[in-house]
Design a protein. Structure first.
Length: 334
């Protein structure tokens, strides 16, 4: 295990360095001058040059990259020219919103997708199985932006049941900042009105993410369960008189979990990086909105830092998935 952890650590460091290098090169290929954008439209040439020197943009690109990596090693993500705050402070404000949205979508994946896949496998080739597969594939084939607009039209503009934008009702004060997750902070502070508002604002964006990615979980769960249900030990368990529930969940599901856990982990990683469009449509103040605003304002430091945070989230999710294999099957060794 020590050797495995060391290998993963070295591999993760290589991935992080590659992400920072690739993002740094791509952002510097953009035909725009961050110093001009940061100085504003009324700045003269001398002011722009002074700001360029202060930002270190007058140095060669390899020197700029090494300086950036050195700052990262000390926990300095740079400063945003748009918000005029350290990027770390911006990440503390925006990242929890994305985590909260992705966590709710992941919860719905597990609660809806896994049971639906199990039912489809147990009732294989039935009308219910075909219906579940049709609905899941339909969700996968529907573009996320069109589904988001459709849900907004139905549940906000027409039925007036759910809010369409933001994390809280207009004029409502956010709960005391403890985790940055409005639902958790509302629970910890006992602010029930804020909790209800936060949950209602979560429904539509989380439902959009769930419906567009649920098909993968349902299909993998169904396929994995079908493979296991025809194994000899499952037939033996049935022949011994075990109940249908015991055979399905205690024997079949336990041995079918590897692919299911893997696809859920992959979906979690994709959610952290794939909520950009959904956040923009629902005016959700998360990492996606932060990155889009930074791109529009040619603000390089937030772009690189946000990409690095998302890459770290991917690495963490993959590590958790690998460790979960040990819990599912103690025979697994790294």
């Amino acid at each position: 295990m020590i050797q495995y952890f060391a290998h993963r650590l070295v591999w993760s460091m290589g991935v992080i360095i590659g992400v920072t290098l690739l993002t740094f090169v791509i952002t510097n290929l953009i035909p725009a001058d961050p110093a001009v954008v940061a100085a504003g439209p009324n700045a003269n040439r001398e002011q722009v040059e002074q700001l360029r020197r202060e930002m270190g943009l007058d140095r060669p690109l390899p020197v700029q990259y090494l300086a950036y990596v050195a700052r990262l090693a000390h926990g300095d993500f740079g400063r945003s020219s748009r918000t005029q705050r350290p990027v770390v402070e911006d990440l503390v404000l925006y990242f929890p919103a994305t985590v909260e949205l992705a966590a709710v979508a992941m919860f719905m994946y597990v609660v809806i997708g896994v049971p639906a896949g199990i039912i489809a496998a147990v009732r294989s080739k039935s009308a219910l199985d075909k219906g579940l597969q049709f609905v899941s594939v339909l969700g996968l084939a529907t573009p996320a932006f069109s589904l988001a607009l459709l849900l907004q039209f139905v549940f906000f503009f027409h039925l007036r049941w759910l809010p369409a934008v933001g994390r809280l009702d207009v004029g409502m004060t956010p709960p005391p900042h403890m985790t940055g997750l409005y639902t958790v902070d509302s629970l910890l502070s006992g602010n029930w009105a804020t909790l209800v508002s936060a949950l209602s604002h979560l429904v539509l964006p989380a439902l959009t993410l769930t419906l567009t990615g649920l098909a993968n979980v349902v299909r993998i769960t169904r396929r994995s369960m079908l493979t296991v249900l025809w194994q000899d030990y499952v037939r033996t368990a049935r022949a011994k008189g075990l109940s249908h529930r015991a055979v399905t969940y205690r024997h079949a599901l336990r041995n079918a979990l590897f692919p299911i856990v893997t696809i859920i982990g992959l979906q979690a990683g994709f959610l952290m990086s794939g909520t950009v469009l959904i956040e923009v449509i629902f005016s959700w103040p998360g990492m996606g909105t932060y990155v889009v605003d930074s791109i529009a304002n040619v603000d390089f430091q937030p772009i690189i830092s946000a990409t690095l945070v998302i890459a770290l989230s991917f690495l963490l999710v993959n590590f958790v998935v690998d460790m979960s294999y040990l819990v599912i099957d103690p025979r697994v060794k790294y």
